[in-house]
Design a protein. Structure first.
Length: 241
């Protein structure tokens, strides 16, 4: 019997042009009931394999958008991806084929992403562009929900990937973030930590403080968690834990 292959992915996206949005304002979809707002312009993924949830491979590809002639300035600023980078990139259909081939057998693949937005995006984009949704991507996990649940964190708000990485003691470079492979790599470190149970030692002090019903001042948190976590809690505020 083959072991589970855990595929941790991330997408970067670019908005559909205003003209296309206007043309398709009234169009609805049987499954999703909404128009395509953005297109995937980069796919990044990490493959972890049992036993041991060991990292075995990485995948990265740029995708040429079909419904916008350029990368929007805000997306270029956020990701560093410019129009010239994607001009000669493969189209969406080819990118999906290459990615699906890389994932492998549908019987043993489990997909993880940070929030359901990536799952919603790929399903909507496949339908909009008449591309068959890859069968080996059907077993999908929202790791933004799974991470606090499995680690016992009582967080009242949606947790950012950066915040989760900080809590897990994982280095997170703001300048490298918002590139698909980098974000997938950081998510994969968290997935590995949870699936192997390593979080129990790495996060025991953090979870102990966050699960407490007693309000703890920043100075006390610094003593318990170290200055890095104290700064983190100060930034996010006690109302969010």
């Amino acid at each position: 019997m083959m072991n589970t292959v855990h595929v941790v992915l991330d997408f970067e996206m670019n908005p559909v042009s205003r003209e296309i949005k206007e043309q398709n304002r009234e169009k609805k979809y049987s499954r999703h009931g909404r128009n395509l707002q953005s297109e995937i312009i980069e796919i990044g993924a990490v493959k972890l394999e049992d036993p041991g949830c060991v990292k075995t491979d990485e995948f990265s590809i740029l995708v040429k958008p079909e419904y916008n002639d350029s990368i929007e300035p805000k997306i270029q600023k956020l990701t560093g991806i410019c129009t010239e980078d994607v001009q000669d990139a493969v189209g969406y259909s080819e990118a999906m084929r290459e990615f699906s081939d890389w994932i492998g057998s549908k019987e043993h693949a489990r997909i993880y992403s940070w929030s359901n937005s990536d799952s919603n995006q790929i399903r909507c984009e496949c339908e909009f562009k008449d591309v068959e949704f890859p069968e080996n991507m059907s077993d999908w996990v929202d790791f933004q929900v799974m991470f606090p649940r499995e680690t016992g964190l009582q967080i009242k708000r949606q947790m950012s990937l950066e915040y989760a990485a900080e809590l897990g003691g994982i280095d997170f470079d703001d300048e490298s973030a918002h590139r698909a492979l980098y974000d997938a790599q950081k998510t994969a470190e968290l997935v590995h930590m949870v699936l192997t149970g390593e979080y129990k030692d790495k996060m025991k002090n953090v979870t102990g403080v966050l699960r407490s019903d007693v309000e703890i001042g920043t100075a006390t948190m610094a003593d318990k968690l170290g200055s890095k976590y104290a700064e983190l809690m100060e930034r996010f505020g006690s109302s969010e834990v």
